[in-house]
Design a binder for this molecule. Structure first.
Ligand SMILES: Nc1ncnc2c1ncn2[C@@H]1O[C@H](COP(=O)(O)OP(=O)(O)OP(=O)(O)O)[C@@H](O)[C@H]1O
Length: 551
């Protein structure tokens, strides 16, 4: 995660509001008018008294009362309008941010999604983005409203008595600026840590839910539970610390709201003793200051939530600015399938070397079988052929073209990759297979299923191809899932087929059926990784990949 300071995060988050600046101006205008209405009610009451004191001020009693009633009603309407504008902005921006985050994940995947940080990533996508609502709906406009309302009020104080304007300015600065800045500084590290630990807890929960069967089988439930409690307690302790900052801010605000009007009152009385100020102006100034802290207090209260919001903003923006392992490529020349040449390829996951000076030549239309000890880099080789990761040194070429110069969509069209795990989506079986070719007809899907030895099984289901995967629950066997994965490969009908243990869960009958279908694919180049020598018998050549070297 980037280590941007809070003002930098705020600037970056503010930049996103630019397209909605019209709505923001409207929210600020309504907010200022709303606060002025609220302030006018106690000030109006003072004016009523002053009028009765026969002070020489001539105001209609009835008109003043009517104005006060109108201000009270308007206060509600204006506040509603301000909040409506703010929430419109916030939810529009959240939708935009979600869209950008999902777009970003597409460019970062799959390398980024292979990391162990999935729980944290889920927490960024869900709760962190959600928290930004506080910033867009309850932070930006209060800051502007407080600033502009305070300027207007200071002008009013100046008219009553310039010394009052000075005292009011000090009060507003203390409550609206000094307290929030101080509290933000105090709690920045704890705010960041809170968001991080909350992400860690999500990751731990997610991992525990995924592995619940193993946890129960090996009696690890209590251990997991106590770890979860430990993490929750740590999170609660941090939450309490953040609440303490909130308490500090509230108590200082309350004190300031009492002390500054008192200061103003004493100064006013001093001036009065020297005959420089009337009692009416002192009362008016004191009440005006006492009742006008609303906008700056709203600002000060922000500092508590702001700590968490900025920590969330930092995580969301860091993800948005993360550089992908391999950049998406477009506008390159189209590619035709040809021989695949791998020369002196060196590749490491961070500091863990997997392939060192690896060479391989694969003729177009041939089938290569790969075996080797677990962890020697067979799957990695397929991922490099898919350009999921970038290689350190050497080159991978298709038809003489370096993989790094081929358009991403061309590469995806040219290649089919079946991983060891087939992921199923909550949809019909037909649609689950059609993700390999969205425009395929039902006949094409059925043909692919025939080749994958899946058709008879699907037809035995109550709703055939329209059976929902969710309705089958967990009842699909590993072999059935694997055959769905294979059906996707057959439907994708690409030139280069990369299969990672495609038949590991299948019985001999189904395996034989699939290998026959693969052999029948004329002109396709196939790379088949398997631990079973029997599976590899169907390929033209077999490679023993040991410690990243051909043997
Ligand atoms: N995303 C990753 N980050 C870090 N290390 C990784 C990553 N993926 C794989 N590895 C490591 O790289 C090495 C090669 O992994 P790979 O999956 O390519 O092996 P394999 O030969 O396919 O193994 P198997 O036969 O068990 O599937 C392993 O030691 C593995 O732990």
């Amino acid at each position: 995660m980037r280590k941007w300071s809070n003002p930098v995060v705020m600037r970056k988050m503010l930049k996103l509001v630019t397209p909605l600046s019209g709505w923001m101006c409207m929210a600020v205008l309504l907010g200022i008018l709303g606060f002025l209405c609220a302030i006018f009610i106690p000030v109006g009451a003072v004016l009523l008294v002053i009028v009765r004191m026969d002070s020489g001020i001539h105001l209609s009693y009835g008109a003043l009362i009517s104005l006060m009633i109108a201000a009270a009603v308007l206060r509600g309407v204006l506040r509603y309008g301000e909040q409506a504008c703010n929430h419109y902005i916030a939810f529009k921006l959240l939708a935009l941010l979600r869209d950008r985050i999902f777009g970003k994940l597409r460019t970062l995947a799959p390398a980024r999604l292979e990391g162990q940080d999935k729980g944290n990533l889920i927490s960024v996508i869900t709760s962190d983005i959600e928290l930004l609502e506080v910033f867009y709906a309850h932070t930006i406009s209060p800051i502007m409203i407080a600033f502009l309302t305070s300027l207007l009020l200071l002008a009013g104080f100046w008219v009553i008595e310039p010394v009052f304007a000075l005292i009011a300015a000090l009060g507003y600065l203390y409550v609206g600026l000094w307290i929030p800045v101080r509290i933000s500084k105090l709690g920045k590290a704890d705010g960041d840590e809170y968001r991080k630990q909350s992400g860690d807890l999500s990751a731990y929960m997610l991992e525990s839910l995924r592995g619940i069967d193993d946890i129960r089988q090996f009696g690890q439930g209590d251990e997991r539970l106590s770890q979860m409690n430990y993490q929750s307690n740590k999170l609660n302790a941090l939450g309490r610390k953040l609440k303490k900052y909130e308490g500090k801010s509230t108590s200082r605000n309350t004190m300031a709201i009492l002390i500054f009007p008192l200061l103003l009152l004493f100064c006013g009385l001093g001036l009065h003793q020297h005959g420089m100020l009337s009692i009416e102006r002192i009362i008016l100034g004191t009440v005006l200051l006492f009742s006008s802290f609303g906008p700056v207090v709203a600002l000060s209260n922000l500092s508590n939530n702001l700590l968490l919001t900025l920590a969330s903003g930092r995580r969301v923006l860091s993800l948005l600015e993360e550089a992908p392992e391999v950049a998406e490529l477009s506008h390159q020349k189209p590619i035709e399938m040809g021989d695949v040449t791998i020369e002196k390829v060196r590749f490491a996951y961070r500091d863990k070397w997997v392939l060192k000076d690896f060479d391989l030549k694969l003729e177009k239309g041939s089938a290569l079988g790969i075996y080797g000890p677990s962890g020697c880099g067979k799957s990695t080789l397929l991922k490099l052929l898919m350009r999921f990761w970038s290689i350190e040194k050497g080159s991978i070429r298709i038809h003489g073209r370096d993989l790094r110069t081929i358009n991403t969509t061309d590469l995806r069209d040219l290649e089919s990759y079946m991983t060891q795990e087939t992921v199923l989506f909550q949809d019909t079986i037909e649609n689950n297979i059609k993700i390999a070719n969205l425009t395929a007809s039902h006949e094409q899907v059925a043909d692919a299923c025939q080749k994958a030895g899946l058709h008879t099984f699907i037809m035995s289901l109550p709703e055939g191809y329209q059976t929902k995967v969710a309705e089958l629950g967990e009842s699909l066997s590993g072999g059935e899932r694997q055959r769905i994965g294979l059906a996707r490969v057959f439907l994708h009908d690409s030139e280069l087929i990369l299969l990672d243990e495609p038949t590991s869960n299948l019985d001999a009958l189904h395996e034989g059926m699939i290998l026959k279908s693969l052999k029948a694919l004329k002109g396709k180049t196939i790379v088949l990784v398997s631990h079973r020598r029997s599976t590899l018998q169907s390929t033209d050549t077999i490679l023993n990949m040991d410690q990243g070297r051909q043997s």
